[in-house]
Design a protein around this ligand. Structure first.
Ligand code: NAD
Length: 413
């Protein structure tokens, strides 16, 4: 039986593969792997029916050598401290690879936001922020959305912080536009995926027009990636959410799927398609597969069933290290999470810059700058990968580890 997936072991496994290539000392490995700070808080909450629940929240700050900590907050029943540690570390490698002046952090609350009212979510969010308030701020740690959180939740976070420190939009990114959110942030991960897909197509001599794409997860990442790739001329043949998916080899109409998703809270009622399970979605005939839901979905047991020749990791850690090795042997091109979904944190960085300077950029300007960042990092990764004969993931980690190590040494231990 395959061992239970641990996101933290997976991230550290990829770290070690890159550290081996860089000949990093064991002291440096220990230093770069371990987080700067871990905070665990109790969040007591009066529910709408008068009962009292106690939720547990975390904030893990992994590295601050190159700038303030930066990372999303996840609301999900399966949040664990180890998972948050893994995601915080992944953020360090992502912000560093993409070369923006941030470290890496992550937060989470163990809860099921789908079963909570808006009032309950607001009260829980405010208490979470009040309990970590001394550790966050525009120059300390900047929060953002992730699974189960959205721009409204970011607005409450910003408001709670501002009650103590005065109006401070730069403490949180992914805010509503009315509260100094950035144009282009909502679609940023999907847009980044499009820029990478264009580069890949050029390198692999493929035409994006007519390319078949399957997307697992239909949230902020999966929906926008589907929509923007459809606009590029790709055929979106399958999408899914937590309840299952739909498939049509001729292509789905993404806007129609979204309408149904908004009404029924699931893509499954889309009429002109075959209903499929989430497992099956990963195995459908397609050219590009974009896992955009949870970690560990592509594993030892299903990697060989994947038919796509390109996997773009919209989600964090969707491919386990064992599956990663198998996909490499199968000749599948894997664009690793630290590069593939970095569009989100790049535009979060742009949002933070706009907030600090009290300016607002036009959407074209945001997207053009995002494109430059995505393309230059893609080129750096693919050149190093060719030169060192390592996978794109190992090359990406090598670039990031080297930069963090240099910054750490320059600042002094
Ligand atoms: P979201 O909450 O907006 O959407 C998650 C989607 O995944 C939903 O459609 C949900 O139904 C679906 N889902 C949940 N469990 C599933 C399962 N077992 N199988 C298939 N689908 C399932 O979250 P999001 O912001 O889109 O994040 C998705 C992934 O992308 C996460 O791994 C997240 O860490 C990563 N990510 C998000 C951002 C961002 O800015 N939002 C940036 C980088 C990476």
């Amino acid at each position: 039986m395959a061992a239970r997936f641990s996101n933290l072991s997976a991230v550290n496994k990829f770290f070690d593969l890159a550290a081996d290539r860089l000949n990093l000392s064991s002291e440096m490995r220990k230093l770069l792997k371990s987080p700067v700070r871990e905070v665990k808080v109790e969040i007591p909450l009066k529910m709408d029916d008068g009962s009292i629940e106690v939720f547990i929240g975390f904030r893990v700050q992994h590295d601050e050598s190159r700038g303030p900590q930066k990372g999303g907050v996840r609301y999900h029943p399966k949040v664990s401290l180890d998972d948050v540690r893994a995601l915080a570390s992944l953020m360090t490698w992502k912000t560093t690879l993409i070369n923006i002046p941030f470290g890496g952090a992550k937060g989470g609350v163990i809860c099921d936001p789908k079963k909570m009212s808006s009032g309950e979510l607001e009260r829980m969010t405010r208490t979470y922020i009040s309990r970590i308030i001394q550790f966050i701020g525009p120059n300390r740690d900047v929060l953002a959305p992730d699974i189960g959180t959205d721009s409204q939740i970011m607005a409450w976070m910003m408001d709670e912080y501002s009650k103590i420190y005065g109006y401070t939009p730069g403490v949180v990114t992914g805010k509503p536009l009315e509260l100094e959110g950035s144009l282009g942030r909502e679609q940023a991960v999907g847009m980044g995926i499009v820029f990478l897909a264009r580069e890949l197509a050029r390198d692999l001599k493929l035409k994006l027009k007519g390319t078949k794409v399957a997307v697992q997860g239909f949230g902020k990442v999966g929906y926008n990636a589907s929509l923007l790739l459809e606009k590029e001329g790709c055929r979106i043949v399958a999408v899914s959410d937590s309840k299952g998916g739909v498939y049509n080899g001729k292509g789905l109409n993404v806007n129609k799927v979204k309408e149904i998703y908004n009404k029924k809270k699931s893509v499954g009622s889309y009429p002109e398609a075959e209903k499929i399970s989430n497992e099956k979605l990963l195995e459908v005939g397609c050219d590009i597969l974009i896992p955009s839901a949870l970690a560990g979905e592509i594993k030892e047991t299903n990697a060989r069933k994947i038919k796509a020749s390109i996997v773009i990791e919209g989600a964090n850690s969707p491919v386990t290290p064992e599956a990663d090795r198998m996909l490499e042997q199968m000749g599948v091109t894997v664009v690793p999470d630290v590069l593939a979904n970095a569009g989100g944190v790049v535009v979060s960085y742009f949002e933070w810059v706009q907030n600090l300077q009290q300016v607002s950029w036009e959407e074209d300007y945001v997207n053009n700058n995002l494109m430059k960042k995505m393309i230059s990092s893609y080129r750096e990764v693919s050149e190093l990968s060719k030169r060192e004969k390592v996978s794109a993931r190992v090359a990406a980690y090598m670039i990031a580890l080297d930069r963090v190590m240099k910054a750490t040494k320059l600042r002094g231990i």
